[in-house]
Design a protein around this ligand. Structure first.
Ligand code: ADP
Ligand code: MG
Length: 628
């Protein structure tokens, strides 16, 4: 008979109060750790059997979790490979960390339980976060092995005695401490188990524990067998990401999506990730229907390690611009239990990050090539993060430039190359720059768009939240290309073709008209100038310079350009020297009439851009009424 008392080999007196104290916030992970160990034990047995190192019956491998509210216990049972007393000493007693001193040093800075548990190999010891006493009762698969039992009360001393198990496997019994009784609850336990173990390869049964005394009853009348009345099997079959894509139908992927996000609309498409060198990674990433709100959809990717849920914090592993994807990533090669800064520096994490970027690029390229029309219909959803990716990642830009689409106000779609070909005829300026004209608000800027169309200019739609960045990015990347907002100048002046236009006003008339308008408008933010525009353009147009507006936009978005943010708005008021109305003002001798016409023409310009509000609008309406 084995009987031994000993001391767990760490040199700091009492490690468990530390674990308890510092890990309290995240204490549900004790269940993740212990059930993972149980699952591992079954998988190890399976491997031994397939390697011919275990000749016995494998049977139906399973893990069971049960609780007893009266006795205040939670038990985790598996029929995996079990342990001998020697193995308990080796694997459980000698806590696998480099030194107690280091531990005590480190725990001070540890932010969460994961950090400590992973770094110091304390998976099993997380049991003490919730227990006064932990008991292992185990029988190894090895021939002739004797059952062994280990008991520890959370101090550094333990006791090993002969065990009572008669069947292969391990039973861990936690005697739940007073602060952790919340875990002695069916719903609570079920919820935790479902969170972590929905997709593992061995059935995890959950139920209420009952003890039965069978023929082998021992002298003290202690139960020899415990059994679990199964209420629920937590996991739901093999998840799609572990299968081969060739064995899966669209329906399989969609069903899995529904399982992950029960109330969501179907995704647009998905990518099956599968790589085993130089790192191990599987998963399925779904592209959700985003429309224009991309903030609310973030943080929906779940990270697994060998099918055990770890976290839905995948920042750093997934590139920032793909954070609104949904789905699952499973990799044993991601250091799960370490701090953020370490993760960022980790080589594998970096490789995984660029692998995902590459895969997403390939998938989009494939969709584009396979069915352009279908791709266009999805563009409203995918365009947002394709642009986001192009703006934030150089490598992705290089890929995406072939499948990124530009949309114009007529809802036609063009690749970057196609668009250049389309507009370079009409929209090249005297220096050989191609000018792309865009609108951020087609309803508000309609007058400008129509003027541009009259000149055979095309107008791009840039109305999503990412577009102001995308516009700058395109301008940087595309050779001899400038982007101008449609209202940044009158249509005749958007593209300087070097043709000198003349207006019909004499020098005196020009001077007079300018004065009339300046007096009528009488606000310093408006700079009046007389331009030679075509007679069928509006008599007055109010514009804001492209550069100035962009700087202000950036400042408004917190782009660090507060200098421009603080500058007052400044607009150009272009008076069309070739318009009949302007000639009439020039020729009039009635000063009141001149002022009234100038005011009316100016207000109409503001009105057509939605810039006329409040008292100015009322004044305009009253003036109009009196005029008619
Ligand atoms: P890790 O799982 O990272 O190795 P743990 O502290 O969780 O660290 O477990 C330590 C070791 O104890 C395991 O590697 C395994 O050898 C052994 N062990 C724990 N639980 C079981 C179990 N249910 N069956 C068999 N061996 C186990
Ligand atoms: Mg473990």
């Amino acid at each position: 008979m084995i009987q031994e008392k000993g001391s767990i080999s760490i040199h700091t007196e009492n490690i468990f109060p530390i674990i308890k104290k510092f890990l309290y916030s995240d204490n549900e992970i004790f269940l993740r750790e212990l059930v993972s160990n149980a699952v591992d034990a079954t998988q190890k047995l399976k491997r031994l059997s397939s390697l011919g190192q275990y000749g016995g019956e494998v049977g139906d491998l399973q893990v069971a979790v049960a609780f007893d509210a009266d006795k205040k216990t939670i038990t985790i049972t598996d029929n995996g490979l079990g342990m001998t007393a020697e193995e308990i000493k080796k694997y459980i007693n000698q806590i696998a960390f480099s030194g107690a001193t280091e531990f005590v040093e480190k725990f001070k800075d540890a932010k969460d339980a994961n950090e400590i548990i992973g770094k110091f190999g304390l998976g099993f010891y997380s049991a003490f976060m919730v227990s006064d006493n932990v008991e292992i009762n185990t029988l190894s698969y090895q021939e002739g092995a004797e059952p062994a039992r280990w008991i520890c009360d959370g101090s550094t001393t333990f006791e090993i005695t002969e065990g009572t198990r008669t069947t292969r496997g391990t039973e861990i019994t936690l005697h739940i401490n007073a602060e952790s009784e919340e875990f002695l609850d069916k719903n609570k336990l079920e919820t935790i188990l479902e969170k972590y173990f929905k997709f593992i390869p061995v059935p995890v049964k959950f139920g209420t524990k009952s003890e039965s005394i069978e023929d082998g009853e021992d002298e003290e009348g202690k139960a020899k067998y415990t059994s679990v009345e199964v209420d629920n099997i937590i996991n739901s079959g093999t998840p799609v990401w572990t299968k081969a894509p060739a064995d899966l139908t669209d329906e399989d992927y969609l069903n899995f999506y529904k399982e992950l996000y029960p109330y969501s609309e179907d995704p647009l498409f998905w990518i099956h990730l599968n790589v085993d060198y130089p790192f191990n990674l599987t998963g399925v990433l779904y592209f959700p229907k985003l429309k224009k709100d991309f903030e609310i959809q973030r943080n929906k990717i779940k990270l697994y390690s060998r099918q055990v849920f770890i976290t839905d914090e995948v920042k750093d592993i997934v590139p920032e611009f793909l954070m609104m994807l949904h789905g699952v990533i499973d990799s044993p090669d991601i250091p799960l239990n370490v701090s953020r800064s370490f993760l960022q520096a980790d080589g594998n994490v970096k490789k995984i990050n660029s692998y995902i970027t590459k895969k997403v690029g390939e998938k989009l390229a494939e969709l584009f090539k396979k069915d352009r029309k279908a791709y266009e219909t999805k563009w409203e959803d995918i365009g947002l993060f394709v642009k986001y990716g192009m703006v934030s990642e150089e490598k992705f830009y290089d890929k995406a430039k072939d499948f990124a689409l530009l949309t114009n106000t007529q809802k036609e779609y063009f690749t970057l190359d196609e668009y250049r070909t389309k507009v370079e005829g009409a929209q090249t300026d005297k220096d050989g720059n191609v000018i792309y004209i865009y609108t951020v608000d087609p309803a508000k800027q309609d007058a400008f768009i129509q003027s541009a169309h009259k000149k055979d200019y095309d107008v791009l739609l840039m109305d999503s939240p990412i577009d102001s960045h995308f516009v700058s990015q395109l301008e940087q990347k595309l050779d001899k290309t400038q982007l101008k907002r449609v209202d940044s100048g009158v249509a005749d002046k958007l593209i300087d073709k070097g043709e000198k236009m003349e207006h019909v006003l004499s020098e005196d008339q020009t001077k007079k008209v300018k004065e009339v308008f300046e007096k009528a408008i009488n606000k310093p933010v408006y700079q009046v100038e007389i331009d030679a525009l075509s007679p069928d353009e509006m008599p007055v147009t109010v514009t804001m310079d492209e550069f100035m507006r962009r700087m202000k936009d950036m400042a408004a978005m917190g782009g660090g350009m507060s200098f421009y943010g603080n500058m007052p708005d400044s607009y150009k008021v272009a008076i069309n020297g070739n318009h009949k109305l302007v000639t009439r003002i020039a020729n009039s001798t009635d000063e009141a009439e001149q002022t009234q016409l100038a005011k009316q023409a100016f207000d109409l310009a503001l009105l057509s851009q939605g810039m006329l509000t409040g008292a100015s609008l009322t004044e305009f309406v009253n003036r109009s009424v009196s005029l008619i």
